[in-house]
Design a protein. Structure first.
Lengths: 791, 735
């Protein structure tokens, strides 16, 4: 007779079920992640002696009269002692010490057989009794894995979960406890139903209390919702907290109403939103919000970049351009791209170039309310061309010849030579001086700024709460709220705390698109991101070193990976120059882009080599001048306080470090992004939508990237002399090549930003170039069937 | 007797000894016309005419005005002593309007344009041989003049004593007014040669120069006469603004017809006005020197009236470190200047005398006589040829401060600074060509350099401006020209220093010699034979050390402690205009001398454009060369480590690097674009330079990329059993 081991046969469903349970147990034991990934290894490592044996073994306890000895034998083929065995019969066994021999033992000498799994089971129970849940878990997991059909095993598992959950609760690990109890309730609803539900309610109560005490009423509300949905409204925690939250919400509502009565609508709205967040089912809150909307329509805009200066024409300051268009109008404003350059609007009326492009006629519209008269403007134009004047603008002076006032409503500007886009150079803010006070104000004005709060408020000009009335829901106040964390911004948008979010990551955009309450759009034009050297760092003066920086930067990987997490060319593309590449060859925006100039490839070996070459160049030059050898000082990269830029800069720093270039990030306030910023390079997001003139604004004498490179300077001169579009295109494309050769700026990528806006706000054009471009058309739908705020 | 006459008499008594001395000299010199025309430059005082004009608003009595003029004359005589012979007179009425309206900017043309000038009809038979005023008054019977013109002539003549029988008297006698004939009719008749001659305003004659010949009308009140007979005219305007008296002075250098800048002063106290005016005149006055000899870097100058100055503080004295601006005058056969022009971007700086052996001997002889000369000016009889050239005589009667013999000079040496390839002060020398230098008088706080392209006068925008230190030769970048081609150079807070030209040259040669010696010693040491004796080796090593030490002296140069350096008295600087890698111009200048200086530079746009592309392309080539070598080395390393897969991968990367052919094609394409005449014509020299740059780049390609580096790597991988069939497509790196 031979005794052999039979292998266990597992059913797939059983395995899946057990794995889930094991994962849960792992979670309970506080090693959720690691254990769930590699529980097998962990178990093997943690198994105590019994379950750590090389081979399972049973134990035969010999009767007392034969010595009462315990003999380890290889596991028997049966796992339960057969009833009615003949004591004279013999049991054939293999003693573990002598695996090559077979022994026989008469049943009458066997006191009892201790089966391997039963011993593990018993040990687990002992450990549970001793509150050694970690040890018990090992046993239990072993049994579930190897002896899933063992009787009473499931009962032991449930007991383990319940007991260990209670133990966790005692330790204050509420989330884990609740999770365990809910799992228990889900997988074994009949098991100690009352006790489990009571425990579950108590744990949930503690957890909600914790949320409430921590001020996170949103999470409290979410949890309460779930409890109610899953376990019914009669659950004690639900009844208790519904009453409590409703009371709190009503208190907030009362506060909101009081504030509204005091005409503190912004605070009232905030309180109402908070009331909704606490308990959304108080209908009066929604009524109050509609009332506020009617009386004092207001839009809260989440922004990812805080506004500093307010300049609607800024080339390198996205937030200044955004918020600036609320408070002032430039003389000329870029509206959209056209077949030949951009389309512009003249804030004071209409304009027309002469056929030979030597003159520009400005016709004043008398219906435009402004204090700017033709003579005032003519004087400004002259002052801009006067090298001695404080507002001297070399780019303008280079094309301006003279100006004539041709009556009360027309100016004729004479140009030195034909120019196709003189008005693009006139995107100026008229300063508030006595001659032109309040010259071209925007729809809104900046309210006093409280530096402690990350908010800026813009109020509709001429609107006095309680005295004026909003026109058809036109927002009387725009509140910009700065978000450091995009996730938080998205969350607030979903919660209804904000109505608009000005910049979105592609992944967030996809997620928000699915929300019916929101409209997700894409700005008509992309932004171009680049690094601009601004210091006299010895190495940065060398184009070879600047090339090394580019070679050391895995721009493609960064853009598609950590920055956008998107492969779509519409979301972002690498660029080899400062100009936008647009959406393709047919995109009129791309008129300056030279497609023959491809992006510098990522090549760390080449970067190292170029770094070495730079060092040699500099040492040679220093030796020649009898100066000390320059050292490669740590580069300081100025970065706007914007998640996207921060991530990009941090990634670049890591990559540069790997080739031997040390760098450090310096966060800059928007107003600090200028030539005097305390850094060597600055990360800049430009709105280069009119390359023909914007390149001068970037690289020219007054530009952030003003360069002393003769070749670029001469290229700009050639551009100024262009008389028609073919010449401009050709000149810009040459400029692109030169910029790639000499790298006065380090081009990175272009990004098409998206925004999300609540459907209760109307008027934002689908193809807007900047958020507030048509702010005068924005309206809040007061009687919309859509909920004003969150569901 | 008027108060003016009384004052003049008093002044005469006071200055009698000096005038006596001066008259001794000049009466001798004025003996004959021939002698009169041959003035002894270094012993002739400046003939200075002060033309003053009290503006109508000046509320001062006649007596006070006369006192002002008297005090001014006295003050100036006391200041300049023998170096000046001064005359004062009121500005002629016809010019007082100009002085009032446009004192700071009027030109000699403004003065002369309304002057009645004698002109003859070129085609008129009787005028064909007439070239001078004397000939005209002798040969012509009558000279037509308008009625108003006649009145002006008579009015002006009444202010002068007309010498009998003089050309002026004859001219006045022949001037006739023809009834009913106005200016236009006379012009028409003269142009048609219906009349032989007429006296008409110069501005009316200038457009008719094809038909009429203007004659030098040297009548006493005429500018031509003043310019011929005087050295300097100082225009002095006395005005009043409220309670404040304003003084303005401008100098006209007569031989050079060069009008200087305006110098102003003001006072609330009238008795101080004459002293203020004197200060203005002193500031406006520019002492002059004449070029005697010149080479490219230096010149010998003769100091006008230098023999009459002994005091260092005499404003007419030229001193070491003074900066002089040259003007060239070329006369026609009749003595009429055909060229009067400051030599652009050229200056001379006076240096200490460096006596040659003969001069040293002369100096020694003269030194014994100097004391006597200083003590009694009247005893000095100083013919030019007998006077030591580097030593002046004490003819201004000074007893206040002895002349510094090393700083004194009639004959002076100077460094010459001129533009790139400029002639400096060299040039044809003859009786009709003079090169005169005036001491500079900066008046404004900054000067705009306006760079324009030669011939087109198009602004040269974006060029870089450097300043080169005259002493150390080091460059400093100042900035770049704006869209107008302008760059503002501010007057430096401190004037620099410089080295005398010969000393600078000596040091350059010495440095070159030291460098050569160091190179030779080093080469000697490198080439030593193996069997050299230890002593010889040690000697060679010592030679290297010694020569390097000698060279280090130049490297450790400290300009502050250079005893040979000479401080400049005026802010002369050397400006370089650079376009890309090419210096377009070297321009010595004195900031503050003029508000704007125009620099014409060669058109360099196409060359710079080509350079921009070539330099960029060369950067790409360098990257390609480097990357190829890195890849080849990696392949070798991988094969050594038996990492065939890695070697194959590196080979694939190496295959993607552009080849010689690809880069050469791209270079050709750039060259075609850069030399495309459709983009505008390219000058011959520009084309030559562009071709040179392309040739260098092409050579670079051939030298570094036309090799078998890839083939060697490929074979190495193949030999090791690697898969060498990879993608054939090649992309440009960084392009």
């Amino acid at each position: 007779m031979s005794i052999g081991f039979t292998s266990h046969q597992y059913r797939p469903s059983a395995i899946a079920c057990n794995i889930r349970i094991l994962a849960l147990i792992c979670l309970i034991l506080g090693s959720f992640t690691e254990a769930s990934k590699c529980y097998g290894q962990e178990i093997e490592r943690l198994e105590p002696d019994l379950i750590d044996a090389k081979e399972p073994f049973d134990v035969i306890v010999v009767t007392e009269d034969k010595g009462g000895e315990e003999v380890k034998i290889l596991t028997l083929s049966f796992r339960e002692t057969p009833p009615n065995v003949d004591p004279k019969d013999k049991l054939e066994v293999v003693i573990t010490k002598f695996p090559d021999r077979r022994y026989e033992i008469a049943w009458r000498y066997i006191d009892k057989i201790l089966y391997y799994e039963q011993r593990i089971y018993d040990e687990a129970k002992e450990k549970m009794a001793a509150q050694d849940y970690s040890g018990a878990f090992q046993n239990l997991s072993f049994l579930l894995k190897n002896y899933p059909n063992m009787p009473n095993l499931e009962q032991l598992r449930l007991q383990f979960i319940f007991d260990s959950a209670l133990e966790r609760y005692k330790k204050g690990e509420l989330r884990q406890t609740l999770s365990a109890l809910e799992e228990l309730r889900l997988t074994a609803p009949a098991y100690e139903a009352n006790r489990v539900m009571t425990a579950l309610s108590r744990v949930a109560d503690s957890l909600i209390t914790e949320y409430q005490e921590g001020g996170d009423l949103g999470s409290a509300q979410t949890m309460l919702d779930r409890m109610k949905r899953q376990y019914g409204p009669d659950l004690p925690v639900v009844t208790k907290w519904e009453a409590k939250l409703e009371a709190m919400a009503r208190a907030k509502l009362a506060e909101a109403r009081r504030l509204a009565d005091q005409k503190k609508y912004r605070a009232a709205w905030k309180a109402a939103v908070q009331a909704l967040g606490i308990f959304p089912d108080v209908d009066e809150v929604k009524d109050l919000m509609e009332e506020i909307n009617r009386t004092y329509p207001m839009i809260r805009v989440g922004v990812m970049q805080r506004s500093g200066a307010l300049n609607p024409s800024s080339l390198v300051d996205w937030p200044a351009r955004r918020a600036g268009s609320l408070v002032s109008n430039p003389l000329f404003r870029f509206l959209e791209t056209g077949g030949e350059g951009g389309r512009y609007g003249f804030s004071l009326g209409t304009f027309r170039p002469s056929d030979d492009r030597r003159q520009l006629f400005l016709n004043f519209d008398n219906s435009v309310q402004t204090s700017v008269l033709p003579f005032d403007l003519a004087q400004k134009l002259v002052n801009r061309s006067d090298p001695e004047h404080e507002i001297y603008d070399p780019s303008w002076a280079a094309i301006f010849e003279s100006v004539q006032v041709r009556g009360p409503s027309q100016l004729m500007i004479n140009l030195r030579r034909p120019n196709v886009l003189p008005h693009a150079l006139m995107q100026w803010l008229l300063p508030n001086d006595p001659a032109v006070q309040g010259s071209l104000p925007g729809e809104y004005q900046l309210a006093p700024v409280d530096r402690k709060v990350p908010e800026m408020s813009f109020k509709l000009r001429g609107f006095v709460p309680g005295e004026s009335e909003s026109v058809n829901g036109q927002p009387v106040e725009i509140v910009e709220i700065f978000y450091d964390d995009p996730k938080e911004a998205v969350n607030d948008l979903l919660l209804g705390d904000i109505d608009v979010l000005d910049q979105l990551y592609p992944a967030d955009a996809v997620r928000l698109k699915a929300d019916e309450r929101l409209l997700v759009g894409r700005y008509a034009l992309p932004t171009s991101h680049m690094l601009i050297p601004i210091s006299d760092h010895a190495y940065l003066q060398s184009p070879t070193f600047r090339r090394a920086l580019l070679c050391a930067t895995d721009r493609d990987g960064m853009l598609r990976g950590e920055l956008l997490n998107s492969d779509s060319r519409e979301d972002g593309r690498l660029i080899s120059g400062p100009f936008p590449i647009g959406d393709g060859d047919n995109d009129p925006l791309a008129y300056a882009y030279n497609n023959k100039v491809t992006s510098t490839e990522y090549s760390p070996p080449l970067a190292r080599l170029l770094l070495l070459m730079t060092t040699k160049e500099l040492v040679r030059a220093a030796t020649k001048k009898r100066e000390p050898e320059p050292k490669l000082e740590k580069l300081l990269i100025g970065c706007p306080d914007f998640e996207f830029a921060r991530v990009a800069v941090q990634a670049m720093i890591q990559q540069w470090t790997s080739v031997g270039i040390k760098a450090e990030m310096v966060l800059l306030k928007p107003e600090e992004i200028n030539k005097d910023a305390p850094c060597d390079l600055v990360y800049v997001i430009t709105t280069m939508w009119e390359p023909a003139t914007d390149i001068e604004r970037l690289l020219g004498g007054n530009g952030l990237a003003a360069t002393d490179n003769s070749y670029i300077v001469q290229g700009l001169e050639r551009l100024r002399e262009c008389r028609n579009w073919p010449q401009i295109r050709s000149s810009l494309q040459e400029m692109h090549q030169l910029i790639d050769y000499h790298l006065p700026i380090l081009p990175l990528w272009q990004v098409r930003d998206r925004y999300a806006i609540s459907r209760k706000v109307e008027g934002l054009r689908n193809d807007t170039v900047s958020l507030y471009q048509d702010i005068q058309d924005w309206r809040i739908l007061i009687d919309s069937s859509q909920p004003v705020s969150r569901k | 007797m008027s108060s003016q006459q009384i004052t003049n008499r008093l002044a005469l008594r006071r200055w009698a000894p000096l005038l006596l001395f001066a008259s001794c000299i000049f009466s001798t010199l004025a003996k004959t016309p021939a002698q009169d025309s041959v003035k002894i430059w270094e012993y002739s005082p400046y003939e200075v005419e002060i033309w003053y004009a009290f503006q109508p608003e000046v509320n001062i009595s006649d007596i006070a005005r006369q006192q002002f003029i008297s005090d001014l004359t006295h003050e100036l005589n006391r200041t300049y002593r023998a170096a000046w012979r001064i005359q004062t007179s009121e500005l002629a009425p016809e010019w007082s309007g100009i002085a009032r309206r446009n004192f700071e900017e009027f030109t000699t043309n403004d003065l002369t344009e309304n002057e009645l000038t004698l002109a003859v009809a070129i085609k008129h038979e009787s005028c064909k041989t007439i070239r001078t005023l004397e000939a005209a008054v002798e040969k012509l019977d009558e000279i037509l003049v308008t009625e108003s013109g006649m009145a002006r002539l008579l009015r002006a003549a009444s202010r002068f004593e007309i010498e009998k029988g003089s050309a002026t008297e004859q001219l006045l006698a022949k001037c006739k007014v023809q009834e009913g004939m106005d200016l236009e009719q006379i012009k028409e008749k003269l142009a048609n040669a219906e009349i032989p001659c007429a006296m008409l305003p110069r501005s009316e004659l200038l457009p008719m120069l094809e038909k009429v010949r203007m004659l030098l009308t040297t009548i006493p009140w005429h500018t031509d006469n003043i310019l011929k007979s005087k050295d300097k005219v100082i225009f002095l305007s006395i005005g009043q603004e409220g309670d404040r008296f304003t003084i303005q002075a401008r100098e006209l250098d007569c031989p050079m017809q060069f009008l200087g800048a305006t110098f102003s002063a003001s006072t609330f106290y009238w008795p101080h006005a004459s002293r203020n005016a004197s200060h203005c005149v002193v500031k406006a006055f520019a002492p002059i020197a004449r070029v005697e000899e010149a080479d490219a870097l230096s010149a010998t100058l003769l100091h006008r009236a230098g023999g009459l100055i002994v005091r260092n503080e005499n404003p007419a004295k030229l001193k070491v470190g003074d900066v002089m601006q040259p003007i060239v005058r070329r006369d026609g056969k009749n003595g009429v200047p055909t060229l009067l022009q400051p030599i652009a971007w050229t200056f001379a700086v006076l240096t200490p005398p460096v006596p040659d052996e003969d001069e040293e001997k002369e100096s020694e002889n003269a030194a014994g006589n100097a004391t006597d000369a200083e003590t009694d000016a009247a005893e000095v009889d100083a013919p030019a040829e007998a006077t030591p050239s580097n030593f002046s005589v004490a003819t201004d009667g000074s007893e206040e401060e002895p002349l510094d013999p090393t700083d004194a000079g009639i004959k002076m040496n100077a460094n010459v600074y001129t533009y790139s390839n400029g002639p400096g002060l060299q040039g044809r020398r003859n009786r009709r060509t003079q090169r005169i230098l005036l001491r500079v008088r900066p008046t404004v706080g900054e000067t705009d350099i306006k760079a324009v392209i030669r011939n087109t006068l198009k602004p040269q925008a974006g060029s870089f401006i450097y300043q080169r230190d005259l002493l150390t030769g080091e460059f400093e970048e100042l900035g770049r020209t704006d869209w107008r081609g302008r760059f503002t150079v501010k007057v430096p807070e401190k004037n620099g220093k410089f080295l005398e030209a010969r000393e600078r040259k000596r040091r350059l040669f010495a440095k070159r010699d030291a460098q050569q010696a160091a190179n030779i010693a080093k080469k000697d040491l490198d080439d030593v034979p193996e069997d050299i004796s230890p002593e010889d080796l040690k000697a060679k090593q010592q030679a290297v050390k010694d020569t390097e030490a000698a060279l280090a002296v130049f490297d450790e140069y400290d300009p502050e402690s250079d005893l040979d350096s000479i401080p400049l008295n005026y802010p002369l600087i050397e400006i370089y205009i650079k376009n890309g890698n090419k210096a377009l111009a070297k321009l010595p200048m004195v900031p503050g001398l003029k508000p704007i200086e125009v620099a014409e530079v060669a058109d360099d746009q196409r060359r710079l454009q080509a350079e921009a592309f070539i330099r960029g392309f060369q950067g790409d080539i360098t990257a390609v060369i480097g990357l190829r070598n890195v890849m080849a080395a990696r392949i070798k390393m991988h094969l050594t480590d038996n990492r065939l897969d890695d070697a194959t991968q590196s080979l694939v990367r190496m295959r993607e690097i552009p080849t010689y052919d690809q880069l050469n094609d791209e270079l050709d394409s750039i060259q075609r674009v850069m030399l495309d005449e459709k983009r505008g014509p390219i000058g011959i020299s520009q084309k030559r330079e562009i071709d040179g740059m392309f040739q260098i780049t092409s050579d670079m390609l051939q030298s570094y990329l036309q090799d078998s580096l890839f083939q060697q790597s490929l074979k190495a991988v193949e030999d090791a059993g690697g898969d060498t069939v990879g993608p054939k497509k090649r992309n440009m790196i960084g392009n």
